[in-house]
Write a protein that binds this ligand. Structure first.
Ligand code: FBP
Length: 548
């Protein structure tokens, strides 16, 4: 395959590891854990993996001879930059444990385990993918692993290949499933450990022990580069308002981080919309007012950032979605028999009067999305809803009314963009290249230490990689009970933007100034080679969360 010059130079990059993982390691047990909420329910559902201690690795002078281990790895869910480095770190760690260890990759996501589709990942294959973006080494998928039959099918192939452990690289849903699988195999004394790795560009899988999910750093840097370029275009042509939607279906971390990097005029943070109980009209009025204020100064251009999940944050729409979820779960069999063009009427007939009215008031495209098109986890596919276009149209309508009353004196021409796929497979930044390699290498150490039901954890990540801390957190410690498809389920608690957290507070202190001024910042493209202050910076979110 032909390679670009950057790809060739990048292949030679040696990811940095925490000092503790560089030589021989020893595992230290920390405090026992409990789940973040609903302790009794989680304990009952996970009797074998509940309450386990936090663990950390420390450097050791003693070399312990360990037997070879065979491991299967799965990439689950949306692509995120650095997945290949998790696999190369895992591969190198397993070979360090014992050169006869083997790594198998299950193909196309979790379904590869169930359908016994796999490849042995040799040094030759792994070397081709070091420091590259994408998940194409083995592919990814969104199949849910939650049925006992799937677990048993998985066990068959593990027995056949003599696999001692499975590593699931995924987001909150996939790691929840990893934990259920770990519990099942432990209860069955199947001899297969399960370890998770925190992946998602959305940045919503994090807590005290998991400082960030991998891919967030690179993806937000790619989006910020392009937002900066658009800002510069807007400031040059001075004729368009650009409405930019950013990926992040359940949390606004991506949008907030890009705002911190580029200082656009307007940024909508879904979590704030929810906390303030705002309606769609409140958001439209807020944007229109900012447009009118700039127009009064002769500035008929600007940038608006919107999170992909905005629709779901608007409380009235959130209530509607919750009722839709319950209603669809209860009537799925009947719903499936309804002809496509009658489905919307069917939904309206089953909703409460209040929600039916809101549902009918939405543009058809949005109502169809909410009711009909779900992903395999039952989530609304918010990336398909054109919120940026919807908002721009509604703002234009409001400004036209204001113009009649003399409340708006200016021009309003718009452009729309959606940034998501542009960043999900970018070549990992140095941060993600190092972080992912460390997560994978660390996962192999957790396996070597006999752990199961743990997530690989690398902390202290705003410091140079040498000072990073390596260890593991029991997945049950991150769980609570939530309603999914009409039933209460144990799931990893999603990390939303905290309105009292450092990143949001900084943004809130600046946004009025950014709204009226042209305070754009142009971050430029990710740099892989050069001064450390240019190449090795973590996200502003991470720094502000740590008070730096
Ligand atoms: P994960 O949560 O699986 O990491 O995926 C995140 C994401 O990139 C979201 O931001 C986006 O809504 C979604 O994937 C889109 O997924 P798909 O391309 O499968 O529709």
């Amino acid at each position: 395959m032909k390679k670009s010059s950057l790809q060739i130079a990048r292949a030679a990059y040696e990811p940095k590891l925490p000092a503790a993982l560089k030589g021989n390691v020893v595992l230290k047990n920390g405090a026992d854990t409990q789940s973040v909420a609903d302790q009794n329910d989680i304990k009952n559902l996970f009797p074998n993996t509940y309450g386990m201690p936090m663990v950390t690795f420390e450097a050791s002078a003693e070399k312990v001879n360990m037997p070879a281990v065979n491991v299967g790895v799965i990439l689950s869910g949306g692509q995120a930059p650095g997945g290949h480095n998790v696999i190369s770190g895992l591969f190198d760690g397993l070979k360090k444990i014992n050169p006869n260890s083997k790594l198998y990759g299950f193909l196309g996501g979790p379904s590869g385990l169930v359908d016994h589709k796999y490849v042995e990942l040799t040094a030759e294959i792994v070397d081709e993918y070091r420091n590259t973006g994408g998940f194409d080494i083995i592919g990814s998928g969104r199949t849910k692993l939650e049925e006992v039959e799937q677990f048993d099918k998985g066990l068959e192939i593990c027995k056949k290949l003599n696999i001692n452990a499975i590593v699931i690289i995924g987001g909150d849903d996939s790691n929840t499933n990893a934990c259920v699988l770990a519990e099942y195999y432990l209860a069955k004394k199947a001899g297969v450990q399960v370890i998770g790795c925190p992946k998602t560009i959305d940045g919503d899988l994090k807590n005290e022990m998991i400082e960030t999910s991998f891919g967030f750093d690179t993806a937000t840097k790619v989006y910020s580069e392009v937002i900066g370029n658009i800002e510069r275009d807007a400031n040059s042509a001075k004729k368009y308002w650009h409405f930019i939607k950013l990926m992040g279906r359940s949390a606004s971390h991506v949008t907030l981080e890009c705002a911190l990097q580029t200082q656009p005029n307007i940024t909508i943070v879904g979590e704030e919309v929810e906390a303030k109980n705002q309606s769609l009209d409140d958001i439209v009025t807020y944007i229109a007012q900012a447009v009118a204020n700039r127009a009064a100064k002769g500035l008929n251009f600007g940038i608006v950032l919107v999170p992909e999940g905005l629709i779901e944050f608007i409380p009235a729409i959130k209530k509607l979605i919750a009722e839709l979820n319950d209603m669809l779960a209860a009537n799925q069999a009947e719903f499936d028999t309804i002809a496509d063009d009658k489905k919307i009427d069917y939904v309206v007939s089953k909703l409460s009067a209040e929600n039916a009215a809101i549902f009918k008031s939405l543009p058809t495209g949005v109502s169809r999305q909410l009711a009909l098109e779900r992903d395999p986890h039952g989530n609304v596919q918010v990336s398909l809803i054109e919120t940026e276009q919807l908002l721009a149209d509604m703002v234009a309508k409001k400004l036209a009314e204001w113009k009649k009353d003399g409340k708006f004196v200016g021009k309003f021409a718009t452009q729309h963009h959606f940034f998501g796929y542009e960043g999900r497979c970018a070549a990992p930044s140095n941060f993600d290249a190092d972080y992912c390699y460390s997560l994978g290498y660390n996962a192999s150490m957790l396996i070597g230490s006999g752990k199961t039901g743990y997530m690989s954890s690398i902390r202290n990540t705003t410091k140079p990689a040498d000072q990073w801390l390596a260890g593991g957190i029991p997945i049950t410690a991150m769980m609570n009970m939530e309603k999914r498809n009409g039933k209460m389920k144990p799931v990893i608690q999603k990390a939303l933007v905290k309105l009292d957290g450092g990143p949001f507070k900084y943004f809130a202190s600046k946004r009025d100034e950014w709204a009226i001024e042209t305070a754009f910042v142009y971050p430029g493209p990710i740099q892989y080679f050069g001064p450390t202050e240019v190449c090795d910076q973590p996200t502003k979110t991470l720094k502000l969360e740590k008070g730096e």
